[in-house]
Write a protein that binds this ligand. Structure first.
Ligand code: NAD
Length: 505
C-alpha cells in the first residue's frame, strides 16, 4: 500500500474520540445493532469474495483454497456463530451465593462491552487476523479501530476502502499505516488492545498499554515443535506435518517450526517427508499454483540468510531460491544432532523444516522445556501413554495430537499463547469474553435493616455472634464450636440486641 494512502497521524486522536463519543451513546450495546453489524460483515465477505481472494493472491500468492479455508470461511462462520449465540452470551448470569446474609439478594454477572478497542492485525493471514477479532469485538458491543498490517498492502487497502461501506462508521473505523500510525494510535487510551504479530512489537504494545492501564491480548508466535514418537505412522505423520508446515509457505504462526525424532526413525521419516513434498507440490514447486511466495524481500532475505548459514550437506531436500520471484522451495534440513544451528534460534516463519534427532521421548520433553513456551505443540504417537506423557510434562499455548493446524480451525477451542507466545485467547465464546467486562452486580433487598444493623459500629460481643451466623449461616467455623452452640448463641445475642435497641428507641 502506498504510504500516501495511510491515515493521517494528526487525524488519529479525533478519530478515537469520535468512537468514544459513539460508545457513550450506547448504540453498540444494543443486541439487534450488533447482530445487524455482523450480518453486514458477512455481506461484505460475500460481495467481495473475488476481490478478497485477489488481494490475498497479490499479497502472498496464496491459493484460493488456502485463502478460503484459512481466512474467509473462519470469519463468516464466526460471524454466523455470534449472531446465533449472542442472546445466550449476553444474558446476565446469576451466581450461587456464598454469603448467608445475602441470601435474599440478587447477584448477577453482567457481560458488558469494554468500550473502544484497538485491533492490530498481522500480514500472514491478513483477512483472518483482522476480521476474526473484529467479529468478537462487535459481538461484545464495542466500538473498534482496526489497523490491518501494512505489509500486505492490497488487503489493507481493500479493507480500508470497502469495509466502511458495510459497517456503521460511527462505531467502526479502519486505520491504515505502519510504525508511525500505530505508534500514534498506541498513545491514545483504549479499553482493550488486541495485537497479533511478533514478540518484539508485542512488548512495545504492552508498554504503551501500561501507560493507560489498558488490558491487552497478545497473539504472538515462537518455535512450535512437532514431536514424532517411535511408534507413529510415518507416512500419515509426514503428510500432516508437510501440509501444516508448507501451508501459506510456512508463514503460519502455528506452523510446525521443527521436528524432533529418534535416531531409528529419522531416515524413514525424512524420506517420507520428501515423498509428501513431491506428491503435494510436484518436482518444481515454483510452477505449482498450490505453493505460495514469501511476503516481501525483507523476509526473503532473512530466510535466505538462515539457509546460507547452514552447512551445504545439511540441506536434505529443496533449498532452491529465486529472489525476484520471492520463491523459496519447500526445504528439509537435517538430520541435525543438536539444537545449536542458526535455524534453531528464532521462529523460522517460512518454508524451511529442520529435523533434529533426540535419544528418546524423555529427551524430546527436556529439549522442548529448555525453550520458550511455544504457541503450538504437535505430537505424533499411537500409544496414548506416550502422548499423554508428553502433554502432561510440557507447556504450550495449544497442543494437537496426530495432526497439525487443525486445533486452530476448531473454534470451539480457545486460541492463544503462553509466556513468549502470547497472553489471552480468542475464537468462539472466548472472543466474546476477551472483549467483554464481567460486571459484578448485586441488588440488595431493602428490608431487614433491624437485623443487618448488627454490622454497624460500635461493635460488641452480641453483634459479633449475630454477624458470624449472618456471614457463615450454619457452616460455622470451628472456632465457634458446634452448630448448636452457634445457633443458641445467635438466638440469645439477637434477642438482647433487638431488645436493647427497642429500649433505646
Ligand atoms: P507485521 O509486520 O504485520 O506486524 C504486526 C503489526 O504490528 C502490524 O500491524 C504493524 O503495523 C505493527 N507494527 C510493526 N512494527 C511496529 C512498531 N514498531 N510499533 C507499533 N506497531 C508496529 O507482522 P509480524 O510481526 O511480522 O508477524 C509475524 C509474527 O506474528 C510471527 O512471530 C508470527 O508467529 C506471529 N503471529 C501470531 C499469530 C497468532 O495468532 N498468535 C498469528 C499470526 C502471526
Amino acid at each position: 500500500m502506498n504510504p500516501s494512502k495511510f491515515t493521517s497521524v494528526d487525524a488519529i486522536p479525533s478519530l478515537v474520540q469520535s468512537l468514544r463519543d459513539t460508545f457513550d451513546t450506547g448504540v453498540t450495546k444494543d443486541i439487534q445493532f450488533r447482530k445487524q453489524q455482523l450480518e453486514k460483515l458477512i455481506q461484505f465477505m460475500d460481495e467481495n469474495m473475488k476481490n478478497i481472494e485477489k488481494a490475498i493472491w497479490d499479497d502472498l500468492r496464496k491459493h484460493k483454497l488456502e485463502a478460503n479455508i484459512g481466512e474467509v470461511n473462519p470469519v463468516i462462520m464466526e460471524a454466523q456463530y455470534m449472531i446465533k449465540n449472542l442472546d445466550r452470551l449476553t444474558q446476565p448470569v446469576s451466581t450461587t451465593k456464598r454469603f448467608a446474609m445475602n441470601s435474599l439478594d440478587k447477584t448477577l454477572i453482567r457481560r458488558e462491552p469494554k468500550g473502544v478497542v484497538l485491533i492490530i492485525g498481522a500480514w500472514n493471514y491478513p483477512i483472518n487476523l483482522a476480521l476474526l477479532p473484529l467479529v468478537g469485538a462487535i459481538a461484545a458491543g464495542n466500538c473498534v479501530i482496526l489497523k490491518p498490517s501494512e505489509v500486505t498492502g492490497h488487503t489493507a487497502e481493500l479493507l480500508a476502502n470497502q469495509l466502511p461501506k458495510y459497517l456503521d462508521q460511527r462505531a467502526y473505523n479502519v486505520i491504515t499505516g505502519a510504525v508511525a500510525e500505530t505508534t500514534a494510535l498506541l498513545k491514545e487510551r483504549f479499553d482493550h488492545i488486541f495485537y497479533t504479530g511478533n514478540g518484539h512489537v508485542g512488548r512495545i504494545v504492552m508498554q504503551a498499554a501500561a501507560e493507560h492501564l489498558t488490558p491487552v491480548t497478545l497473539e504472538l508466535g515462537g518455535k512450535s515443535p512437532a514431536i514424532v514418537a517411535p511408534d507413529a505412522d510415518l507416512s500419515v505423520t509426514a503428510n500432516r506435518i508437510i501440509w501444516g508446515k508448507f501451508f501459506n509457505t510456512g508463514q503460519t504462526c502455528v506452523a510446525p517450526d521443527y521436528v524432533l525424532v529418534t535416531k531409528d526413525t529419522v531416515e524413514p521419516l525424512m524420506d517420507a517427508f520428501r515423498k509428501s513434498i513431491i506428491n503435494f507440490y510436484g518436482d518444481n514447486p515454483q510452477k505449482e499454483l498450490s505453493y505460495g511466495r514469501i511476503v516481501n524481500q525483507r523476509h526473503f532475505d532473512r530466510l535466505k540468510g538462515l539457509l546460507d548459514a547452514l552447512d551445504k550437506d545439511s540441506i536434505y531436500f529443496g533449498g532452491q531460491t529465486d529472489r525476484d520471484d520471492l520463491y523459496i522451495a519447500p526445504t528439509l534440513v537435517g538430520p541435525l544432532k543438536t539444537m545449536d544451528a542458526e535455524v534453531m534460534k528464532e521462529e523460522i516463519f517460512g518454508p524451511v523444516l529442520p529435523v533434529v534427532v533426540a535419544d528418546d521421548v524423555n529427551a524430546m520433553i527436556r529439549m522442548v522445556n529448555a525453550r520458550d513456551t511455544p504457541l503450538a505443540m504437535y505430537i505424533f504417537a499411537k500409544d496414548p501413554n506416550t502422548y499423554h506423557k508428553i502433554v502432561d510434562n510440557t507447556r504450550s499455548g495449544g497442543v494437537l495430537v496426530n495432526d497439525t493446524l487443525m486445533h486452530l480451525q476448531e473454534m470451539s477451542l480457545p486460541f492463544g499463547g503462553m509466556g513468549a507466545s502470547g497472553m489471552g485467547n480468542y475464537h468462539g465464546d472466548n472472543s466474546f469474553y476477551t472483549f467483554t467486562h464481567e460486571r459484578a452486580t448485586m441488588i440488595k433487598y431493602p428490608g431487614l435493616e433491624g437485623v443487618l444493623s448488627a454490622r454497624y459500629p460500635p461493635y460488641n460481643e452480641d453483634k459479633e455472634k449475630i454477624m458470624y451466623l449472618l456471614v457463615y449461616g450454619f457452616n460455622t467455623p470451628r472456632s465457634m464450636g458446634s452448630t448448636l452452640r452457634a445457633v443458641t448463641g445467635f438466638c440469645s445475642a439477637m434477642w438482647r440486641f433487638l431488645f436493647s435497641k427497642k429500649k433505646k428507641e
